[in-house]
Ligand binder design. Structure first.
Ligand SMILES: Nc1nc2c(ncn2[C@@H]2O[C@H](COP(=O)(O)OP(=O)(O)OP(=O)(O)O)[C@@H](O)[C@H]2O)c(=O)[nH]1
Ligand SMILES: [Mg+2]
Length: 364
């Protein structure tokens, strides 16, 4: 699926930059356009990957170009004044092949939490494609962070099609600050988001899955849903796993690239697909939820084609339907003949029971 990503505020800009890097590293260029919007000119200048002309400031009058320091009302005043300028800046980056817009913001921030829903409204006035938001929940417990977040979740619910949640609190190591961990937090969320978007795009190598996912399936899974979360796991294919007798990496590579299907131990391959799926669903999600509250799910199995055994995928889907108590299910595969990794991405959509959102509400 070809997306345009718009980062709002400090966290938004940094995550969009990471998407930009990820998209250029993959076999599929899923990011059709990207830009960063902030009231903080210094934060914009600190970005390193996004070209200068894809960074835009607003609210210089309200904030002197130094950000809002958590004050969402000044970000809202600023975006109400400048919505047309901001929309024009985003328009200029868009191309006709975009399937969806993805806003990205840290909801506890004044700028990200305040302005993002207004930017979504401005975009919805002119575009018919879906507008999603990657909504980052704060790790810190402060009242202001909680109030900004709950306010932003509510106004974004009305403004965007679906919010995909990422909870810093779940992913922050103990004793770490968000600043210290930002790089790894952003890599975590982007690995997952990138795996989802890349799944709906053809690869450069021309490989086509037995049942490739297309953009419309991702859009259908996300439609009619307020909140979504992502699960992911990957498994490096060690020489042991490829051959069962622990030989050298060359042997593995020759099996992956040129050997017969028989070269792969089917029991081993079945096990890799099954275990990776279980880890994706039962490991940490981008935001924790009650699995049974899922309304629809999309699974993407990626790896060297011969490792993605039909039986393992079919049985895996059956297991997942059970775990999630029978939501609407979709799945597809993403052949990556040049990689020695199997990975599974699970998009859970229409989720209603989110303990972290409930906890934030009690703090407001
Ligand atoms: N995952 C992640 N979270 C971040 C990052 N930077 C900040 N955050 C968190 O996101 C929330 C909002 O922070 P910022 O994005 O810096 O705030 P802002 O939107 O720029 O708003 P103001 O600076 O208050 O105008 C806070 O809870 C931060 O802890 C980041 O790079 N990654
Ligand atoms: Mg800021």
């Amino acid at each position: 699926m070809r997306v345009a990503a718009v980062g709002v505020g400090g966290a938004g800009g940094r995550i969009v930059e990471q998407l930009w890097r990820d998209s250029h590293q993959r076999e599929t260029l899923y990011l059709g356009a990207a830009c960063a919007i902030d009231t903080d000119t210094h934060a914009l200048s600190q970005l390193t990957a996004l070209p200068e002309n894809q960074r835009h400031s607003f609210g210089l009058f309200e904030t002197d170009g130094t950000g809002t320091d958590g004050d969402r009302t000044s970000a809202i005043a600023a975006i109400e004044d400048e919505r047309l300028e901001v929309r024009r800046a985003i328009d200029s980056a868009l191309t006709s092949d975009i399937d969806a817009l993805v806003l990205v913001a840290g909801l506890a921030g004044g700028t990200g939490g305040g302005a993002t829903a207004y930017i979504a409204d401005a975009l919805k006035e002119v575009y018919t494609m879906p507008v999603y938001c990657l909504s980052v929940l704060p790790a810190q417990q402060g009242d202001e962070a909680a109030v900004n977040t709950i306010h932003a979740l509510r106004i974004l619910k009305a403004a965007v099609d679906t919010q995909i949640l990422f909870d810093n609190k779940t992913w922050l190591g103990s004793g770490q600050t968000v600043d210290e961990a930002a790089k790894s937090l952003n890599e975590t969320v982007v690995t997952r988001l990138g795996a989802l978007f890349a799944a709906g795009e053809p690869t450069n190598s021309g490989s086509v899955g037995q049942s490739a996912v297309d953009a419309s399936e991702i859009i259908t899974t996300l439609s009619g849903s307020d909140f979504a979360t992502l699960g992911y796991a990957s498994q490096e294919l060690e020489p042991d796993e490829a051959t069962g007798d622990g030989t050298i990496i060359d042997r593995l590579r020759s099996q992956l690239f040129s050997g017969d299907a028989d070269d792969i131990n089917e029991i081993e391959a079945y096990d890799v697909v099954e275990t990776t799926l279980h880890r994706a669903v039962r490991g940490k999600l981008t935001a924790e939820c009650t699995l049974a509250s899922t309304d629809s799910a999309l699974t993407v199995f990626a790896g060297p084609p011969r490792w993605l055994l039909r039986d393992a995928v079919t049985d895996g889907q059956r297991w997942l339907a059970d775990e999630l108590q029978s939501p609407e299910m979709r799945s597809g595969d993403m052949p990556t003949p040049d990689q020695s990794t199997v990975s599974v991405l699970v998009l859970l959509s229409g989720i209603t029971e989110l303990p972290r959102v409930a906890e934030l509400k009690t703090l407001t």
